[in-house]
Design a binder for this molecule. Structure first.
Ligand code: FES
Length: 106
């Protein structure tokens, strides 16, 4: 399995191993990556798992459905490559993925 990197607002990097059948949010939680609150547990209902995907990886993170789009519109630190980590299903195709964490969640 591959690896991916979360980068905190202050530049602190967290490299985690990809595990099958888990969302990006679950990877962060299971590896104690700070900065992703995930208050709703992955139901696309809280917006507190916001990440900013590195530009070169954005196209590989899958489609954004209307629920996620609505949540992202309310995110204070939204960016063109914003995603909700609970909506990204991690596969080996994301080996090397880099995502940035906002300073604050909602
Ligand atoms: S965990 Fe609540 S929207 Fe992702």
């Amino acid at each position: 399995m591959g690896r991916m990197t979360f980068i905190e607002h202050d530049g602190t990097r967290h490299e985690v191993e990809i595990e099958a059948d888990k969302s990006l949010m679950q990877h962060a939680a299971d590896n104690m990556v700070p900065g992703i609150d995930a208050d709703c547990g992955g139901e696309c209902a809280c917006g507190t798992c916001h990440v900013i995907v590195d530009e070169q990886w954005f196209g590989k993170t899958g489609a954004i459905n209307s629920n996620e789009k609505q949540m992202l519109e309310m995110t204070p630190e939204g960016a063109p490559t914003s995603r909700l980590a609970c909506q990204i299903e991690v596969t080996d195709a994301l080996d090397g993925l880099v995502v940035h964490l906002p300073e604050f969640q909602m």
